[in-house]
Write a protein that binds this ligand. Sequence first.
Ligand code: IMP
Ligand code: MG
Length: 184
Amino acid sequence: MSGLIPHTLKTYLTKKRIGDRIELLAGKLTDRYTGLEDETVFLCVLKGAFIFSADLVRNIPLNIPLEFCTARSYGDSMNSDGNVSLSLPPKRVLREKNVVILEDIIDTGCTLAVLKDKLKELGASRVEICSLLSKPSRRKAKVEIDYLGFEVPDLFFVGFGLDYAENYRNLDHLAVVIPSKKNS
Ligand code: IMP
Ligand code: MG
């Protein structure tokens, strides 16, 4: 784990609490998209949303395709560099579709604001956002979250897909990174 500041981890949400909440979100999405399967696409934002998406879609008994995109706004630190670079599925998969973005966490909102605009530009008829976490106190860009797991404070989280410089994505729960005090 070279390059990381010394730190410890503290459990914030257990696997069970996250699982219960995901079942609830899956129920809402099932109600919303029943009968609209042919014109709907789920879009998992890699890498962070891979575990959330996997658990969510397995609780949705509908035949809706799952697509993937990548969005990078963070370097290897705990702070955003402000730039968003996207890599999206081809236009034909998104055109005239209801696209449901599956995201791990909405922090400044910059990533989602850029992604939502881009999907509209590619011809999506409707774009909804489903995020496991939201840090409203850090928001810079306005984003409406249609389905939210948990609102969280301004701390840095890892686990359940979220990383600290590519570490800890595999934790089965959500933890907070606590920087160690100097000289202790
Ligand atoms: P935004 O553009 O500032 O909303 O940043 C969104 C992205 O930043 C998320 O999809 C995450 O990949 C990353 N991010 C924001 N907060 C955290 C965190 O607490 N832990 C890990 N990644 C985070
Ligand atoms: Mg993400």
